[in-house]
Write a protein that binds this ligand. Sequence first.
Ligand SMILES: Nc1nc2c(ncn2[C@@H]2O[C@H](COP(=O)(O)OP(=O)(O)OP(=O)(O)O)[C@@H](O)[C@H]2O)c(=O)[nH]1
Ligand SMILES: [Mg+2]
Length: 338
Amino acid sequence: MTEQKKSGPKRRVLSVEDYVKGILKGNRAVLAQAITLVESSAEKHRILAQTLINQLLPYTGKSIRIGITGVPGAGKSTFIEALGTRLCNKDHRTAVLAVDPSSSLTKGSILGDKTRMEKLSKHPNAYIRPSPSRGMLGGVANRTRETMLLCEAAGFNIILVETVGTGQSEKAVRSLVDFFLLIMLTGAGDELQGMKKGIIEMADAVVINKADGENKQHALTMKAELNRLLHFLVPSTVGWETKAYTCSARNCEGIETIWKNIETFCEQTKETQVFHRRRNEQLVDWVHFMIEEKLKKQFYENERIKEVMPSVQQALKNGECHASSAVERLFKIYENTH
Ligand SMILES: Nc1nc2c(ncn2[C@@H]2O[C@H](COP(=O)(O)OP(=O)(O)OP(=O)(O)O)[C@@H](O)[C@H]2O)c(=O)[nH]1
Ligand SMILES: [Mg+2]
């Protein structure tokens, strides 16, 4: 069920134990509160969130994490509604999260369209969490990763992460998930040759949506073209052949075949250890990402750096110093403060 916005009296401050107990029981209100905690950038919340995640860690990791990307209007939400409802009806517990790089501007429009997930949002086995509305893409992806862990501990065994295909967000979501699905539309023929290639190469399956009515034949033609192209690309996952599919998310057609493909992917990659290897690599990448973020923050929040930065920038603009010597100078100053 969609998380309810609480109004009225302030919610009770929960202890780590309260959070752990509540989440393990699958209590949605507690889960929602824990996600808000994870999304907070306040230092005391960060510390509490870390403790909470550490305690929940043994209960995480048992889901299938699926990323879904595509240009605005490709039908991602409609697809999630169709697939999610189908899975929930089969007793899977499905959580829907979002990584929306533009959300600071559009205030989380990505899942603002709850109407597209009307059935799913009312399903007792589903949980839909709108995108965190603040912060840079890297930070948003980071919070989504932690949110994913919380959902897993709360018993959700399928995690669907929706992201608008803007070029940059795909990479962030690919680094969060086991299976990456690209939703395309017909008429994107020219794009196939160009910039989309990089994104197609990240996908474990490519789905041409809106294969209904007059569009059906075009979709089938594009599927054949895509399959030819995919044959020559480097696969996104070792040992797995990425294939193209057609579907009509609106009419719930073709969804079953795509789900079967995801299931086969999981079986195969678990058998070859590729599944676990990727998860471990993702963990290592995550650690490096967090180190970079921390170092960056420390550098820019250093008092001496804050003091000298304006004059260094002015010197750069005046042509009095070269960019790399400005960096050297700033680093010397930074190192001397330790
Ligand atoms: N004909 C047809 N229309 C569809 C299909 N799937 C989605 N649509 C329509 O396409 C429009 C966009 O669908 P969404 O599911 O909101 O697309 P989205 O990719 O989530 O869009 P953003 O979240 O804005 O990036 C809506 O009007 C849907 O009704 C389909 O299979 N066939
Ligand atoms: Mg959407």
